[in-house]
Design a protein around this ligand. Structure first.
Ligand code: GLU
Length: 515
């Protein structure tokens, strides 16, 4: 039987990292088994429905590079792929009728107030809360007919078998067992006629021939209901894989504080889709050895279910940044330039940084600084591309994200440098610096370009001629004069990249700061 897996989000909001992990596991598993990956939109809860959500999921997953074989946006033989449309098409009706006819489901007519009173009673008496039968589980056909005649609204509930054990298998945890008397009778059809998640998802998993269900472990408590539903129909169950919860690095519930945001934000924060997928795949799964950096194909071929752990998976933002940096360094020059250009020229990126909420703790580089530097880099890539591209290449070794190329290259690209005050304080009072800058101006004068070797020759030669055993006292003030900073790419590369004209201008300006 060929593998068929589904990612089945409810369109209630943005796509977060937990859902991304679920889709990545589905995708890797499908790839490993040459299976089919399906997108199914579980939109039967109209109270939580968000009309923008589906488009957000599709856009995000497209950016991440997850390709669905079937889904509302690509079609397929098992459609429609939105549950609201499946409901409209009457797909669920015969299944509800089948359960009612078998006595495996029943109509229940309590009002919301009555249900609340029942729960209150259960709470006061320290009983399990939920609907374990009420007045309707064993109501006679006459009682049901009378309630209907009165026009009372009703829901349809699944009749969970009583006084028995409900047993299920989970790939991660093995055999799971529940006392069926602790499992309440779930609503399968709501008063508005809409199927609930429990019902629609399981019926669809059956109809869509889903072989493996990957979902978060928060669904384990619903699992006995799902088992009971499959059993009521007498259907074979898919294999269930409940994936571990994701926590922050401190072991606490994942939140924005840990860097976990809307997945699409990672795009504008400058993460590479492959690095993000690699990172997410390793939250709660490992390949059985200590490999961490893994290419997409390598991940797919290594993706064994045995590697999924039951204990919480950690979301470590620093690790994501590290993996992303490794990914950036692995790009060849052309892909680097095209990837950086595409991001910094993305029509959305500036509004992303303009609208970014202040973070706590405040990041080293503020959203305003990114905004300014990214727009500087974007225009330089348009107007002075050879120079801007060379700046990007020189910073490739030093950044963690694509967005970092903005701040990292800014000092190359601006007309007016801003100087690190401490560095100016430290170096610009040294007696040799005026002569150094004058000689450097002389060295570049009349040239149209200077090679890295020439720059190295100048710095080393100047140090020797002026009695310095080490080149530090030459390198540091030169770097401050040309870049305003104390760190950056190698000085000779930086000088060659800036070229004679910019060097001359920067020397003139630095000389004004000498004491
Ligand atoms: N619609 C459910 C959700 O968004 C999916 C649960 C499942 O995969 O079965 O969480």
């Amino acid at each position: 039987m060929s593998v068929r897996v589904r990612f089945a989000p409810s369109p209630t909001g943005l796509l977060h990292v937990g859902a991304l992990r679920t889709v990545v596991f589905n995708d890797l598993f499908a790839k490993r088994h040459q299976g089919t990956l399906i997108l199914r939109i579980e939109d039967t809860d109209r109270t939580r429905y968000n009309p923008e959500s589906e488009a957000e999921f599709i856009e995000t997953l497209k950016w991440v590079g997850i390709e669905f074989h079937e889904g509302p946006h690509v079609g397929g033989d098992f459609g429609p792929y939105r549950q609201s449309e499946r409901k409209e098409a009457g797909i669920y009706t015969p299944f509800v009728e089948e359960l009612l006819a078998k006595g495996a489901a029943y109509e229940a007519f309590e009002t919301p107030e009555e249900l609340e009173q029942m729960r209150e009673f259960q709470r006061i008496n320290k009983m399990p809360t939920g609907y374990f039968g009420g007045d309707w589980r064993d109501a006679t056909p006459e009682q049901v007919a009378a309630a209907k005649a009165e026009g009372k609204p009703c829901v349809i509930r699944l009749k969970i078998p009583r006084n028995t054990a409900i047993v299920g298998e989970d790939v991660v945890r093995g055999k799971l067992e529940w006392d069926s008397n602790t499992v309440d009778d779930p609503v399968i059809i709501k008063a508005d006629g809409m199927p609930t998640y429990h019902f629609a998802a399981m019926v669809d998993d059956h109809l869509m021939q889903i072989t493996h269900v990957f979902r978060g472990e928060e669904w384990i408590s619903s699992y006995p209901k799902h088992i009971a539903l499959f059993d009521a129909f007498g259907w074979d169950k898919p294999v269930f894989v409940h994936c571990p919860v994701i926590v922050g690095n401190d072991g606490k519930k994942l939140s924005k504080r840990h860097g976990a945001t809307r997945v699409l934000d990672y795009k504008y924060d400058g993460f590479l889709p492959d690095a993000l997928k690699n990172f997410v795949a390793l939250i709660g799964w490992n390949p059985g050895d200590d490999r961490e950096i893994m290419a997409p194909d390598e991940l797919a071929s290594a993706f064994h279910l045995e590697g999924i752990q039951a204990s919480p998976g950690k979301f470590d933002m620093e690790k994501l940044k590290w993996m992303n940096g490794v990914g950036i360094r692995s790009l060849d020059r052309d892909s680097l330039i095209s990837t950086v250009s595409e991001l910094v020229k993305d029509p959305e990126i500036l509004s992303y940084y303009a609208g970014k909420e202040p973070e706590d703790p405040a990041p080293k580089i503020s959203a305003d600084e990114y905004h300014r530097a990214i727009s500087t880099l974007a225009s330089a890539l348009d107007n002075d591309s050879a120079f801007a591209e060379q700046c990007v290449v020189l910073e490739q070794e030093r950044v963690q994200t694509l967005a970092d190329f903005g701040p990292a290259t800014e000092f190359f690209l601006v007309e007016e440098l801003s100087y690190d005050e401490k560095a100016v304080e430290k170096w610009f009072g040294e007696p040799h610096v005026r002569k150094l800058l004058d000689d450097l101006a002389g060295f570049v004068s009349g040239k149209s370009e200077v090679s890295v070797e020439e720059c190295e020759g100048f710095v080393k030669g100047w140090a020797a001629e002026n009695g310095f055993d080490k080149i530090g006292p030459v390198v540091h003030p030169t770097r401050v004069a040309l870049s305003g900073k104390t760190s950056g790419p190698g000085l000779f590369d930086l000088m060659s990249c800036l070229g004679p004209d910019r060097i001359a201008k920067r020397i003139a300006r630095a000389k004004e700061l000498l004491r």
